[in-house]
Write a protein that binds this ligand. Structure first.
Ligand SMILES: Cc1cc2nc3c(=O)[nH]c(=O)nc-3n(C[C@H](O)[C@H](O)[C@H](O)COP(=O)(O)OP(=O)(O)OC[C@H]3O[C@@H](n4cnc5c(N)ncnc54)[C@H](O)[C@@H]3O)c2cc1C
Length: 394
């Protein structure tokens, strides 16, 4: 079952992109994601790991979830972005996040309009977004709130020293691609002789002196996604690697969160749709009470509820990303992220129940989808906290 019920409203380009990514999601992401899910975090990132096969095959396709394409109409680009993210999330959420976040330093370099940075930070390298810290998770996403004036010292601080920046401290064990990234989009506190002036944004190569990594984080879901700490021990980068200073920090983080939450909204529609499709297929096969369980009215109505939620989340997400392509609003992106991740969790949980005992076995895909969805309600901001950020804008 493919559930492509909106075929007729897709353009030729959208159909081509969807079909290419569906093949990639089905033939490459799902089998590789399933295998990585059973490995230790160290095995996932080992030199001979199939993780690298997934990354290189994705790179060969030439898609980038967060890459900027100025030549395209913004609404058209947003629709394609949503479609792509949904297809990748349908394949494997952890791998999809790993591909997506990888492009963040490239985007920042492009924003700088500095040819040397554009040449240095390229999409053939693995990237990450290093913002949260051991003692500042939600605090760093809840930027600009009354309780958070951005002038906290932070666990990671960048300091200007002549025409250089010196970075000292660490980022949290949750940084996606944290222990494998070759470059970082670093968001941290910025200080001068008068103390911390607020936040700042940098692009940082991670193969330079003073950068070390933590142990890859072991976690319940999205296990193909590497996460881990990055330590900066007086790491020196040129001043031109600073993309935004304290004056522009809130605007950059607002833009980043708006883009990231919109993409998460699309991606987890994909996971929710995958869970629904598996449940429908299983309900057609599994016979109890003398007939396929889909013919029992109670099962049918549960499947309809799942379908209704998935389509509502997809419709909201498409509205949000196309609106935000013209007039970006963080509260809309948050509404989509929270709706999609909740939907993914609810639909995967109900799918597991429709599978009965078979749902909890490793033979079937549902228990992994449920674990992957459980992580999404915290990722890119815990949902309740995101709701508060959105409410401040109402
Ligand atoms: C899969 C995954 C991927 C991630 N990827 C990245 C990444 O790429 N880069 C990165 O830097 N980070 C990443 N993170 C970190 C993520 O952004 C944080 O985990 C998240 O923001 C929550 O921070 P925390 O874990 O420190 O929880 P805390 O901030 O400690 O929050 C704990 C609880 O307290 C609540 N809370 C906190 N503050 C408030 C408040 N002011 N008002 C009301 N309630 C509050 C929260 O809602 C939450 O329920 C990732 C996390 C996950 C799970």
């Amino acid at each position: 079952m493919t559930n492509e019920i909106f075929n007729e409203v897709l353009s030729e380009t959208e159909i081509a992109v969807r079909d290419t990514l569906r093949r990639f999601a089905e033939d490459v992401m799902r089998p590789i994601g399933k295998e990585l899910d059973t490995m230790t975090p160290e095995e996932v990132i080992a030199k001979d790991s199939i993780l690298w096969e997934a990354h290189s095959q994705y790179a060969e396709l030439g898609f980038g979830m967060f890459t900027v394409d100025d030549s395209m109409d913004p609404v058209e680009a947003a629709r394609l972005g949503a479609l792509s993210s949904e297809m990748l999330g349908w394949g494997d959420a952890g791998l999809a996040i790993s591909f997506g976040v990888s492009g963040m330093p490239v985007n920042l370099a492009q924003m700088s309009d500095n040819p040397a940075l554009i040449e240095k930070f390229t999409s053939d390298k693995v990237g990450c977004w290093a913002i949260t810290e051991p003692n500042h998770g939600s605090d760093l996403l809840d930027f600009g709130s009354k309780e958070n004036d951005g002038k906290r010292k932070g666990d990671c601080v960048a300091r200007r020293d002549g025409d250089h920046i010196v970075i000292r401290g660490q980022k949290s064990s949750w940084v996606s691609n944290g222990t494998i990234a070759e470059m970082a989009a670093l968001y941290c506190a910025y200080e001068d002789d008068d103390g911390v002036q607020g936040g700042a944004v940098f692009v940082v190569p991670l193969d330079i002196d003073g950068v070390t990594r933590g142990k890859p984080t072991d976690k319940v879901g999205q296990r193909p996604l590497n996460q881990g700490e990055i330590f900066f021990d007086d790491v020196v980068i040129p001043l031109d690697h600073m993309i935004a200073g304290p004056d522009q920090y809130n605007a950059v983080i607002e833009t980043t969160l708006t883009g990231a939450n919109g993409s998460m909204g699309s991606l987890f529609c994909g996971l929710a749709r995958a869970a629904l499709e598996h449940a429908v297929d299983y309900a057609k096969e599994r016979v109890q009470g003398g007939k396929p369980i889909i013919e029992h009215q109670a099962v049918k109505s549960r499947l309809f509820e799942m379908f209704r939620k998935v389509e509502a989340a997809r419709a909201l997400n498409l509205r949000v990303v196309t609106h935000n392509a013209i007039n970006p609003r963080l509260e809309l992106a948050i509404a989509s992220k929270v709706t999609s991740t909740r939907t993914a969790m609810e639909v995967a949980t109900e799918a597991l129940s429709i599978y009965g005992g078979a749902g909890i076995t490793k033979e079937n895909p549902i228990e992994k989808l449920m674990r992957d969805a459980s992580v999404s309600v915290i990722e890119d901001g815990e949902n309740t906290l995101l709701g508060l950020i959105a409410a401040d804008r109402l």
